[in-house]
Design a protein around this ligand. Sequence first.
Ligand SMILES: Cc1ncc(COP(=O)(O)O)c(C=O)c1O
Length: 378
Amino acid sequence: MSFPQVPVFDLRLEEDDVQAVLDVYRSGWLTMGPRTAEFERAFAEHLGAKHAVAVSSCTAALHLAYLAAGVGAGDEVIVPAMTFAATAAAVVYCGATPVFADVLGPHDLALDPEDVAAKITPRTKAVTVVHFAGYPAAVRELRALTDAHGLALIEDVAHAPCATVDGRALGTFGLAGAFSFFSNKVLACGEGGLLATDDDDVAALARSLRSQGMTSGTWSRHTGETETYDAVGMGFNYRLDEPRSALLLSRLAKLPRGVSRRRELTRAYRARLKDLPGVIVPYDDAAVEHSTCYVLPILLEDASRRNDVRTTLRDGGVQTSIFYPAVHEFTAYRERFGTPSLPQTEYVARAEITLPLHLDMDEAVIDRVVTALAEALR
Ligand SMILES: Cc1ncc(COP(=O)(O)O)c(C=O)c1O
């Protein structure tokens, strides 16, 4: 196996992060317990949200958010196709149908509120917005639209654990926000997620269903707080465990510093990419200040060149990725839900290249990537 000289993503844990995890292993209590509760309190405070419910993944958080919104068989949920499959898959777990809406275009890869409005039917139950790469989507406009139609707004905040609109954290604008702590995310622990909400009933349902609908958990029985339990709902095992909670707690304190560095690196990229012919860099400089800058997407004006450009970059030691192949074009979705026409999404899905962006790189690496890109485009 040969590793790229410039990987698209990298993660370096600091010594105190590792120590926090070791402490948990030495404590002898590994499943959901006091550290998870502490992480939930810290994350709720970080967001300014009333409740934070830690779960095993963002996919689990989305599933619970949809269930809390009352999504069930026969319902529709409007979602972008320019996202990771989980946004739509969790709709299908509820027996409902994902209805794909288009994104705004090459300069903003988030949901187009006009296309969402056009896709609302009597069966629509919710709309899910993805804050692509951590850049705030038109969340106020979408909230006004969902309120006007009596629908739930769900935020897929997998990319944006530390981004704001008018000083308010993304993930707090809808009925619930679903965060991801997957390895390559801005706040990572390997596998993990969280549902944030200001709604007491949504939080109670998520807490119950993440652990088999049980009235008490293992930690509460271990400490003698409760003796036994009932199962009052059909739940799942969506629990987060203590080592990962400890890692997240340790890394949460460093999140603002990490995001601020990501913004610096993104500004450095933007300055070098702005005059490169044939390349579109989505968003603008002002948007960077409100984003987590999770990834650095660029679009080729001529999408037919993408494979060649990526191969040349790879051969030069620069790894790239694609965020995202369009979900409505995946086999499993085409077979079940047909192929709606989403022209902007389809262009982005064919033209996008994700360049390396992570905290283990500096401006010299960015120079190298942009020089290699310029050569590949010539
Ligand atoms: C936009 C989006 N939604 C949902 C997910 C699913 O997250 P997880 O892997 O934590 O389930 C991801 C993860 O890649 C994502 O990027």
